[in-house]
Design a protein around this ligand. Structure first.
Ligand SMILES: [Fe+2]
Length: 452
């Protein structure tokens, strides 16, 4: 694109053929924003399907579908959303998104690792296509992050999913740097705090430019307000979290399974930061929704990853931030009718009951957690493996495990929640078929996962 601003006409229609125009306007695609445009459209009808299209320099975009949220005092009979995470472009094809796009959803949630910061090899990894040398380096500069988003968004299935439904996104670590925590990078011996904060500015800016954000989510330098709250009538309320930007650095040298780490219990450790934690507790107290959903990055329920009698916990997830988890679980127990956590990060499908006291499997179940697998990260995968058998045998609260790629689809009604684990046979070639590997339900008023 030339270094000049380009007028972009946007159009909203109530019909897919774009003939019944409801609103029209012009936004300017500016070089300082990578020629992206973000339009906050107001005055639409609640609970209504709309279609939209852009036109610039004589070119028309494909038509996108969206759907507005039901009004707060509305009583929806059904609400269906899908969620996904972790899409390393060079680990495989985004076939799962093609099926998601066909589901005509009310909402799609992305829980992070939309891009990975790693350089891309000359043959595009498992995609086996030629990728220019400019993609070889790790993403550290604004230009390089922008290129990565461009490459990822060249996938037609991902674009089809974006065009099929409204998206709600939040960020995990790889949009910036593996396992970053607040102002601490993965490898503080190689990146100073200042260097890392500059990298954060670039990463946040490119993320905003390439995602369907409202203007309130425009970053201010190295900070970006990502935690936010949405209601869908009286049926569901979603709290979208940011568990990276405000967290304390991982405890006990940040390993996958640490035995005997007492630091993780420290009261001054935080994964949410004080402001977000207070905001979340207040929302949970005030909510009268049937289903209170936490859209969250890293696993919340406790999981022991050490084989045998010793117990080992992963420092990058809520197990490394026990004080904050206790605060949230107290709020679940005292104030929330049906708390359901939906989680990314883990690259495997898991279904968890969340126990009030993680050391006592007989303690009360205070919520449920559905951990969704990756779209492509990790490659084809298998239904069951040694790690899965171990996780199931070491953890009574883990009710299901599968290590294939795909997405989760959740259907909410006033009386029941249903989750379908959708998996594709492979991702290293395109066009795999999809199937539902398992389905679970939760009955209103009883926060326990039941097999269907
Ligand atoms: Fe990931």
């Amino acid at each position: 694109m030339p270094q000049e601003k380009v007028p972009v006409q946007w159009k909203i229609s109530s019909t897919e053929n774009m003939k019944s125009v409801e609103q029209v306007g012009v936004a300017f695609a500016k070089p300082e924003h990578a020629h992206s445009v973000h339009v906050d459209v107001a005055d639409l009808e609640p609970g209504t399907e709309y279609y939209y299209q852009f036109e610039a320099a004589g070119h028309q975009s494909p038509v996108g579908r969206t759907k507005t949220a039901p009004a707060p005092d509305d009583n929806p009979e059904e609400f269906t959303f899908a969620f996904a995470s972790c899409q390393a472009w060079d680990n495989g094809f985004y076939t799962a998104y093609d099926y998601m796009a066909a589901d005509e959803l009310d909402l799609i949630i992305h829980l992070g690792d939309y891009i990975y910061e790693y350089g891309i090899g000359p043959n595009g990894g498992d995609r086996n296509v030629s990728v220019p040398p400019v993609y070889r380096s790790e993403t550290e500069t604004l230009d390089r992050y922008r290129l990565q988003y461009g490459l990822y968004k060249s996938d037609p299935n991902l674009r089809a999913a974006h065009a099929s439904a409204p998206w709600l996104v939040t960020r995990d670590d790889h949009e910036v740097d593996n396992n970053w925590a607040g102002d601490v990078p993965q490898d503080p011996d190689k990146q100073t705090r200042n260097t890392f904060l500059k990298r954060r500015v670039a990463a946040f800016k490119a993320y905003y430019e390439h995602m369907p954000f409202r203007m309130a989510q425009m970053p201010d330098g190295s900070s970006q307000k990502l935690y936010r709250n949405f209601t869908f009538g009286d049926l569901a309320e979603f709290n979208v979290l940011d568990t990276r930007q405000y967290r304390t650095d991982q405890a006990c040298d940040d390993a996958f399974s640490v035995v005997g780490c007492s630091e993780r219990f420290d009261e001054d450790r935080t994964i949410l930061g004080d402001a977000q934690e207070q905001w979340l507790v207040n929302n949970l107290k005030a909510s009268s929704a049937t289903w209170d959903v936490i859209a969250n990055q890293v696993p919340m329920a406790s999981m022991d990853f050490e084989e045998g009698p010793e117990e080992g916990y992963r420092m990058d997830q809520w197990d490394g931030y026990v004080a904050d988890r206790n605060t949230v679980l107290d709020a679940f127990e005292q104030h929330v009718r049906n708390p359901v956590v939906v989680t990314g990060d883990f690259h495997t499908n898991i279904a968890n009951n969340i126990k009030k006291d993680f050391e006592n499997p007989d303690s009360a179940t205070v919520g449920t957690e559905f951990i969704g697998t990756s779209i492509s990260s990790g490659g084809n995968g298998v239904e069951m493996d040694d790690f899965g058998r171990q996780v199931l045998s070491e953890n009574e609260n883990v009710k299901y495990y599968n290590n294939q790629r795909g997405y989760l689809r959740c259907t909410l009604t006033p009386t029941q929640w249903r989750t379908d684990y959708r998996v594709v046979d492979y991702v290293t070639r395109p066009s795999a078929s999809i199937r539902t590997d398992a389905s679970f339900v939760i009955d209103d008023g009883a926060p326990v996962i039941q097999s269907l």
